[in-house]
Design a binder for this molecule. Sequence first.
Ligand SMILES: [Zn+2]
Length: 365
Amino acid sequence: MGFSDFHGNTDVVNRLREMLARNHFPQGIILAGPTGSGKYTLALMLAKALNCLSPIVTDGLPDFCGQCSNCLRIAQSEALEARVAEAVEARENLRETDKKETRLFVQTHPDVLIIPPDPPQMMIKVDQVRRVIETIYFRPGESKERIYIFTDSSFMKEAANSLLKVLEEPPDFATIFLLTENAGELLPTIRSRSMIISLAALPVAEVENYLAKRRPDWNPKQRSLAARLAEGAVGRAQSFDLATYTAARAHARSILHAALRAADHTELFKITETYRAGADGRDKTEKLLRTLYSLLQDLTFLNSGTPEFIRNIDIEPELKRLAESADFNWIANASDRLAEVERGMRRNLLRSLSLDAFAVALERT
Ligand SMILES: [Zn+2]
């Protein structure tokens, strides 16, 4: 338990810990990096280190104990997706009038507020930033530092302007983390008031080595697949649901085969029929769409002579055969059609209908 559990980006992490040691931790900090680089994990670790009740020193630098009541309560926010899903569900259960006024937060410690993008627009809204403004100037009750973590950088305009006002005059006892895949998305004035720290994703080989220790139940091919699909995120790779993924992928493969090779669509319609409306159907369809995208991307890598980037490494020979009949224009067209299915889903068109239309539109003529 401690910073040694963070994989990769050692220099960056040590630099941040040196700031902790000198008591010069920035009030506004942008953690920028691709999916899987550990932005959220690192922000929570720093939140623990700033507030640990029995702080320790490892490798000569500040660390957290992972066991005190502050560390433990902050750790409850680690499963971000699950916590956000709970918050969304709680809001769904409110009366209509309350629903509109309730903004989304994750909070497992009174002084640590996590602000995820608010569905359905998936943007940070002004009322969420308002909560930050309402609380940030009060001294923390059970810790040294108030922590705010924005998990995404898509701000509504008014929200970004409000945040800017806070960043202009933050109190000494508060730290605001802004997580982003691309710091360029943030207002230049927000960037200039924060310290920008860039994180890189882990190389696939490193994730595979890690999985060899943590997932001995997987064979090397499975480890290699999970490492690639998790895009460098060790935590996600370790808990990757291979069974669900391979099931979705089997359907995606049949759809591509039917589009590129088969003349008869009976098999295809049997598959698309199993995708129904409702929450389950939606989830299943989303998984199928993501898998189709990842296969299409692999075909692009193969066609552009960069096979080392493909993710579905365990079915490389099959992908190579498919790539022979899928040229650049076909792939581009397929991606456009997929985007249409996604838009249709948002408008709640019948899933199986739009999937059928997708498959038929891909047919090579
Ligand atoms: Zn602690």
